[in-house]
Unconditional design. Structure first.
Length: 127
């Protein structure tokens, strides 16, 4: 049986925007709302260079990554052609205007994903 965690009200998510949900382990989850009041949840990490999808622009059933404008499908987390790659999606339930996420998924899904480190910090330090 699935246990659900109340995240917010649908009205708390800006139309064509998102909210971030922090987790004990792993990257945040981005919860999106489109103009049809549909709600979706993805790991807050673009599959391209790790950009924060929660800062992207929602259009239809996609979000444009704020770093390089990759279009990511909100229902499946996959980049639209010609781009390739997917970010993990999370199960969402909307009931009586309230948004819920699966607690088991929040605790275990994609917890090993990390955000890339840019700049000089990427280089290995010589011993």
């Amino acid at each position: 049986m699935t246990t659900w965690k109340k995240i917010c009200l649908v009205s708390d998510i800006p139309v064509l925007g998102s909210r971030r949900v922090s987790r004990e382990k792993g990257l945040d989850v981005a919860v999106f709302r489109n103009s049809a009041d549909e709600v979706f949840a993805l790991l807050d990490r673009c599959p391209h260079k790790g950009g924060p999808l929660s800062q992207g622009i929602v259009h239809g059933q996609s979000v444009a990554c704020p770093l390089h404008n990759w279009n990511i499908g909100l229902s499946d987390g996959c980049a639209k052609a010609p781009d390739e790659g997917c970010t993990p999606k999370f199960t969402v339930q909307v009931k009586d205007g309230e948004v819920y996420l699966d607690t088991a998924e929040l605790a275990s899904h994609a917890v090993d994903e990390t955000r890339p480190i840019a700049g000089p910090a990427r280089r290995a330090v010589a011993a």
